[in-house]
Design a protein around this ligand. Structure first.
Ligand code: GLN
Length: 268
């Protein structure tokens, strides 16, 4: 099918502009948009057409089609076993890197690593520090491991829930970072754009707080550590209240000025 036919077919049904159609196409086929703009006679494959419609109709993520995501300048492999890294999480990693440098931190763990973007990006920037990462999903760990190898960094990966995989060496850990599942169950269930990602990576229980409640039970082990977590702009106050059991909580904004991150420091 030619681009002209494709646009004609799709534009009316989905009520989107030809330019947006071309933008999505360029992502699916990994081509510059100018390629299509130059020549409207370009042929589109059956498969591309199928994915384009699936994306427009059902919200199927393009990243699961192209199998890649760019995160802080590195390209990561993703598949349906991992959450698609969000741009806000880049801010979390930048906060972590600054903190590690300022406080001369040498030992970091990333809980619920998914595709590994947090742990791997930190290790790439600061190769001398020790970074370990965990996930409850073995399939996610395989993706993270693949990304670490692809990007040439050494991360100690472990399978397990919350702090469990690190309990033996918890004393040496200085910073705990996590982008845990924090979306409220009812929101996950009604949002079709989330329906293709692993439920386990998004669903934070009825109030989105399961992970935070769980980790707040470990207060005796976390007294002298830095904690940096991503959470939802809608429930961040609730998260802060739960985590106040671990120390003085600071709420930090993301680049969109949404209250997104929780920071707890042993310094005060
Ligand atoms: N930020 C993601 C979203 O809103 C959720 C990520 C998570 O639960 N950790 O879709």
């Amino acid at each position: 099918m030619k681009i002209t036919d494709l646009v004609g077919k799709i534009q009316g049904e989905f009520k989107i502009s030809p330019f947006r159609i071309l933008k999505i196409l360029s992502k699916i086929e990994d081509k510059d948009i100018s390629f299509y703009l130059k020549d409207w006679e370009v042929e589109i494959s059956e498969q591309t057409f199928y994915f384009l419609v699936k994306h427009l109709k059902e919200g199927y993520p393009i990243e699961y089609i192209t199998k890649k995501v760019s995160f802080l300048g590195n390209e990561f492999f993703v598949n349906e076993n991992v959450l698609i890294p969000r741009i806000e999480t880049e801010d979390l990693v930048i906060l972590a890197i600054n903190l590690i440098k300022n406080k001369d931190i040498k030992n970091v763990i990333d809980i619920g690593t998914g595709s590994g973007v947090i742990a791997i990006s930190i290790k790439k920037q600061l190769p001398k520090i020790k970074v370990r990462a965990s996930d409850i999903s073995e399939d996610a760990i395989k993706v993270a491991q693949y990304n670490a190898e692809k990007l040439g960094v050494n991360i100690g990966f472990k399978i397990g829930d919350c702090l469990d995989p690190f309990l033996e060496e918890i004393d040496e850990v200085q910073l705990i970072i996590s982008n845990p599942p924090y979306v409220e169950t009812s929101f996950v269930e009604k949002n079709r754009f989330l329906s293709y990602e692993p439920r386990i990576s998004l669903d934070g229980g009825y109030d989105g707080q399961s992970f935070f409640k769980k980790i707040s039970n470990y207060s005796h082990l976390l007294k002298s550590k830095y904690l940096l977590f991503e959470t939802s702009e809608f429930t961040v106050r609730k998260t802060a209240e739960i985590l106040s059991a671990l120390g003085k909580v600071q709420i930090l904004p993301d680049s969109f000025k949404k209250e997104r991150f929780i920071f707890i420091s042993p310094d005060y």
